[in-house]
Write a protein that binds this ligand. Structure first.
Ligand code: SDX
Length: 380
C-alpha cells in the first residue's frame, strides 16, 4: 500500500477493523441490535443465558438447546479449591478489578490445555470463564469482608447465583431480574476498546486467557467501563437535586469529563441508557433511593441543555450506576459487573477472530528524523 493510500485516524475513529455478526450499532439513531434483535426486546423478553447463546451461535436457542446450554454453564459455576486459596491470599485492600483480571489470568494455570485455541476449545474455555467469573468476584468480596466464602448453587440461574454467592442469601425475584437486564445490556457492543484488545491478542494465536486478561485491563479505564464508578462518585458529591446544577456547571467550567456521557459511536442517547433508566427508576422507588435517581435525571436534563448539540448524551454507564447501587453493590464492584457481562461479547469476538483470523498489525505515519548521526556520549 503506498504512503498516499495510508490514512491516519487518531484512535482508529471510524476505521473498520473487523467484521462481526453479533452486535449492530447505529450511532446516529441510537440503535443497538444483537444478531438483529433490538436490545429493548432482549432486555424485556430474554435472559442473560439465552442472550449469550444468541451471541455465540448467531441465533436464538430452541428450548432443549437453552436447557443444555444452561446446564453446561451451571456445571462450571464452582471455583476449584486452588483458586479459592489464591483468592484468599489476595490483600483485602486489593481493587476488585485487579483481582478479577489476575484470577482470570490464573485460570490458565488450572487448564490442562491452556494454549489450545481451536474454535471448539475457545468455546469450552469461554463457557468455563463465564461460569466461574461471578464466583471469583463474590469470593473476593466476602474474603475482604471477613466472611465465609459461599459456594455456587447450580440450581440458580446466572444472576441469582451471583447475588446469592455475594450476599449469602437468596435474592428477591426483582433483584434477579434487574441484574439479568444489566447483564443483557452490557453483553456486547461492537469493536469497543476492550473487545478490540481481545481480538488483537488472540490474532497472534495466543491463548484465550491472555485475550481476556487484556480485555479486562482495558475495561478498567475510566474512559471505558470504569466510567460507572465515576458516575457514582459524582452522584455522591452532589448533595441534592437543587445543587446538581451548580455542581455540573462547575465541572463543565473546569472542562472536566462528565462520566456516563458521550460516546465514540453514539451521537444520540445510548439505547442501553434508556433501558437502564427505566430499571433504575423502578429499583430506586422499590429501595428508597429516589434521591439518587432524581439527581441522575436532573444531571441528564442539564447535560441535554448544555451538550446535546455536540452529540453528547447518556451512555450505558450513566444509569447503570444507580441500578447497581440499588441492587446493593458496593461502588468498586460496579466495573467488575461489566466484566461478568462482557465476557460474553469478548468470547464471541475471540471465536469470530479465530474463525477468520489475520494478525492485527497496523502501521504508523513516521514523523521523526532520518539519516541522523550517532553522536558519541562525550560530545552530547
Ligand atoms: C463505554 O466503545 C464502546 O462501545 C464503549 C461502551 C461499550 O459498551 O463497550 O459503550 C462502554 O465505554 C461507554 C463510555 C464510558 N465512558 C465515559 O462515560 C467517560 C466520559 N466520556 C468520554 O470521555 C467520551 O465521551 C468518550 C471517551 C466515551 C468518547 O470520547 P471520544 O469519542 O474520543 O470523543 P472526544 O474525547 O474526542 O470528545 C469530543 C468532544 C471533546 O470536546 P472538544 O475538545 O472537541 O471541545 O466532546 C467532549 C470532549 O471534551 N466530550 C465531553 C464528554 N465526552 C466528550 N465533554 C464532557 N463530558 C464528557 N463526558
Amino acid at each position: 500500500m503506498s504512503t498516499a493510500e495510508k490514512t491516519f485516524s487518531k484512535g482508529l475513529e471510524g476505521v473498520i477493523a473487523a467484521q462481526t455478526e453479533m452486535s449492530f450499532i447505529n450511532g446516529t439513531e441510537g440503535i443497538l441490535e444483537y444478531v438483529g434483535i433490538a436490545i429493548g426486546d432482549l432486555a424485556s423478553k430474554s435472559s442473560f443465558e439465552e442472550t449469550v447463546f444468541l451471541l455465540w451461535n448467531k441465533r436464538l436457542p430452541t428450548k432443549p438447546e437453552l436447557e443444555q446450554f444452561t446446564a453446561d454453564l451451571r456445571s462450571h459455576y464452582t471455583l476449584c479449591d486452588e483458586m479459592v486459596t489464591q483468592i484468599k491470599s489476595c490483600p483485602i485492600k486489593a481493587e476488585p478489578m485487579h483481582v478479577i483480571r489476575s484470577m482470570i489470568s490464573m485460570c490458565a494455570m488450572y487448564d490442562e490445555n491452556p494454549n489450545e485455541n481451536s474454535v471448539e476449545a475457545a468455546r469450552h474455555k469461554s463457557m468455563r470463564i463465564l461460569a466461574v467469573a461471578p464466583a471469583i468476584v463474590a469470593a473476593f468480596d466476602r474474603h475482604r469482608r471477613g466472611l465465609e466464602i459461599v459456594k455456587a448453587d447450580p440450581s440458580l440461574n446466572f444472576a441469582s447465583n451471583f447475588l446469592y454467592m455475594l450476599n449469602g442469601e437468596k435474592p428477591t425475584d426483582a433483584m434477579v431480574r434487574a441484574f439479568d437486564i444489566c447483564m443483557i445490556t452490557h453483553a456486547d457492543h461492537g469493536l469497543n476498546n476492550s473487545t478490540f484488545a481481545a481480538r488483537v491478542v488472540i490474532s497472534t494465536l495466543s491463548d484465550l486467557y491472555s485475550a481476556m486478561t487484556a480485555a479486562i485491563g482495558s475495561l478498567r479505564g475510566p474512559l471505558h467501563g470504569g466510567a460507572n464508578e465515576g458516575v457514582m462518585k459524582m452522584l455522591n458529591k452532589i448533595d441534592s437535586v437543587e445543587t446538581a446544577e451548580a455542581h455540573v456547571m462547575g465541572m463543565i467550567k473546569n472542562k472536566e469529563r462528565i462520566m456516563g456521557f458521550g460516546h465514540r459511536v453514539y451521537k444520540a442517547k445510548d439505547p442501553r441508557a434508556s433501558e437502564l433508566m427505566t430499571l433504575a427508576k423502578q429499583l430506586a422507588e422499590d429501595t428508597g433511593n429516589m434521591d439518587l435517581y432524581n439527581k441522575s435525571h436532573a444531571i441528564e436534563k442539564i447535560m441535554e441543555r448544555e451538550y446535546a448539540s455536540k452529540g453528547i448524551y447518556p451512555n450505558v454507564d450513566f444509569y447503570s450506576a444507580t441500578t447497581y447501587h440499588c441492587i446493593g453493590l458496593k461502588l468498586d464492584l460496579f466495573t467488575p459487573m461489566f466484566v461478568l457481562a462482557r465476557i460474553a461479547g469478548w468470547a464471541g469476538h475471540v471465536i469470530e477472530q479465530l474463525e477468520d483470523n489475520r494478525l492485527f498489525r497496523p502501521t504508523t505515519d513516521y514523523i521523526g528524523p532520518h539519516n541522523a548521526p550517532y553522536t558519541p556520549i562525550e560530545k552530547r
